[in-house]
Design a protein around this ligand. Structure first.
Ligand SMILES: [Zn+2]
Length: 320
């Protein structure tokens, strides 16, 4: 979902009240703001959940949703991408999950809404919270480069959930195949830094990520991918709480993979619209027209790269 840079969330730290607040069971709960309902520790990071007057059963639902989403993102990045974040979990009508926002105006915060009738299964299928948490891993690179922030959140959400076993691999590729054409430039549109349409921002950005992923893996014999670059960017910049120049961010990612994939692709596409041959890309990766009903082509030239991108996390342990 869109990052709302203009939205201000004031964090008021009241240590005495917080230490006494119900649900704040961990030693560094004092870092959470007033009205925190529950404090979670996820792989060394603190998540402050604010759930208003939610019932105990609803709190449990939301707790499970947050823990799963945070672990999906933490496994992708090697750690949760922020030392402390406030999650404002609001209610809405219905059984769905509404829009989310990640903000960095006054401390890191994520706002998301879940329907009053939402179920555990509905929350398990949710993409919004993972998407917002992925935003925490990239420094602020400026509005002109919002396509990079939204593209990464869009692309990594599917890959990270597939790696975790939270989303079918075929479903991820089906969505990429279906949605990435929306990221192609239309007649008269400029490069990635010159257009701010929804399609270019989200799916054009996601296509940039997939192209970079494939290029990195082709150039490294499929030894490392975009994930390695993104982990280095998080480690060296500190993520969304900091501002960095986009060129510097891409250089950090490329240094980690020993390539120039991110920088070269950016130079090619920032002011020049790229007519990417998507049919050729799917063919080389072995992605069928309808991945949910048709088999992948395991003999395609880049089949091993496709498999490596979404390989389940458990099969990777000990391999990197
Ligand atoms: Zn977003």
């Amino acid at each position: 979902m869109q990052r709302a840079a203009a939205r201000r969330i004031t964090l008021v730290c009241n240590f005495i009240v917080l230490l006494a607040a119900a649900g704040c069971s961990h030693a560094n709960a004092a870092a959470c703001p007033l009205h925190t309902t529950e404090t979670l520790e996820i792989q060394g990071s603190t998540l402050c959940l604010r759930m208003g007057d939610a019932s105990p059963s609803r709190r449990q639902l939301l707790h499970t949703w947050v823990v799963r989403s945070a672990n999906i993102v933490a496994n992708y990045y090697g750690r949760f991408p922020a030392p402390l974040v406030v999650l404002n979990l609001e209610s809405m009508d219905g059984a769905g999950v509404g829009g989310g926002h990640a903000t960095n105006d006054s401390g890191l915060a994520i706002a998301a809404s879940a329907g009053r009738d939402v179920t555990a299964a509905g929350l398990s299928d949710d993409w919004v919270l993972v998407h917002e948490m992925v935003h925490l891993a990239l420094p602020e690179v400026g509005r002109r480069h919002n396509w990079l922030a939204e593209g990464l959140a869009t692309y990594v959400e599917g890959v990270a959930r597939a790696q975790f076993g939270n989303r079918e691999i075929a479903d991820v590729w089906a969505e990429n195949r279906h949605s990435m054409p929306m990221g192609l430039p239309r007649s008269g549109e400029g490069g990635m830094d010159q257009t701010s349409t929804w399609g270019r921002t989200y799916w054009g950005g996601a296509l940039y990520c997939l192209q970079a992923e494939v290029a990195i893996r082709e150039q490294t014999g499929n030894r490392v991918g975009l994930q390695t670059a993104l982990r280095a960017i998080l480690e060296e910049t500190g993520g969304y709480g900091f501002e960095r120049n986009i060129d510097e961010v891409l250089r950090i990612g490329d240094a980690a993979t020993g390539t120039r994939a991110l920088e070269d692709l950016y130079q090619q596409s920032k002011i020049t619209p790229q007519a990417v041959d998507l049919d050729l890309l799917w063919s080389r990766l072995g992605v069928p027209t309808d991945p949910k009903t048709q088999p992948f082509d395991h003999h395609a030239p880049l089949a091993a790269i496709r498999i490596a991108i979404t390989a389940p996390y458990k099969s990777r342990i000990g391999k990197r």
